[in-house]
Design a protein. Structure first.
Length: 284
């Protein structure tokens, strides 16, 4: 015989389960509905965009004219080349600089070490927009304005997160390995290159993915420091379809799909490195 408390417990469990699945459905809708709207819009013509709603189905599911327009007139191929160059150099430099800095902070004692750590933390709290005037003057005086070096230098110099990710992993590596290598005659750089860096593979994968997605999707820095149309990235190339008399949303939607696909493919292939890297770094 079922008692009243048991009935209430079952009712609470059923309510909790229902709320859980309802929240999952709502979260999925928040993510998927905008993507569905963009896919539908990319397959519509100008007339369809003007006379139909966001969730209206396109008349022709094989209308890829907008994709061709976005690829050609938006200079997407050149934008992909520029983005790839900036992405590869920035992520490789971030891995080297971040891992070397974390190695020095963890393994060496030097004056004002705590002050340096505090300054790194302070830098993460300062909004980047507040320093853009000084940053722009520095980039201009270095002769890097309107070149690929401008975003590369800014991406290399503003990633404090990678240092903390590498620092958490390096702290989990026993110092006895360093001492054993020094007894064999290895110097500090050899220890870093032959011992520390190979053991940082999960952290490197995490930093590469997080940094790569941030650089790939960034609009502000390329738009401000590379105004030349031939130096546009995939994010700024979409801005070419925003004219003074309106926006070609069907073409912008097609270009957005072209931009999303590479990021989505890489994320689906390497997502396990993101989760495992953050989880390992938080527990070591």
């Amino acid at each position: 015989m079922t008692t009243a408390p048991d009935t209430r417990i079952k009712a609470r469990r059923a309510t909790a389960t229902g709320l859980k699945y309802l929240s999952l459905v709502l979260a999925g809708a928040v993510v998927l509905v905008p993507l569905i709207v963009i896919v539908f819009a990319s397959l519509k013509t100008d007339q369809e965009m003007a006379g139909s709603g966001p969730l209206s189905l396109p008349e022709n599911w094989f209308n890829f004219a907008n994709y061709a327009t976005a690829f050609e007139k938006g200079k997407m191929l050149q934008a992909f080349v520029n983005t790839t160059i900036i992405l590869v150099v920035s992520t490789a430099g971030t891995v080297l600089i971040g891992s070397m800095t974390a190695y020095a902070l963890d393994r060496f004692e030097f004056p004002l070490k705590k002050l340096v750590m505090g300054l790194f933390l302070l830098a993460t709290l300062v909004p980047g927009v507040t320093t853009q005037v000084a940053t722009f003057q520095i980039i201009s005086n270095l002769g890097a304005f309107n070149t690929r070096w401008a975003p590369i230098m800014l991406y290399l110099g503003t990633d404090i997160l990678s240092i903390y990710i590498f620092l958490q992993f390096i702290r989990s590596i026993p110092i006895s390995l360093d001492e054993a290598a020094r007894l064999d005659g290895a110097n500090s750089f050899t220890i870093y290159w032959r011992i520390i860096l190979p053991m940082l593979r999960p952290a490197i994968a995490t930093v590469v993915i997080v940094k790569g997605i941030a650089v790939y999707n960034d609009f502000y820095i390329p738009f401000l420091y590379m105004p030349d149309s031939d130096l546009g990235t995939i994010s700024t190339s979409l801005f070419r379809f925003k004219g003074p008399f309106g926006a070609h949303w069907e073409t912008i939607s097609a270009g957005t799909i072209l931009v999303i696909l590479p990021t989505l493919a890489v994320f689906l292939l390497l997502q396990r490195f993101i989760y495992s890297g953050f989880a390992a770094g938080s527990t070591k």
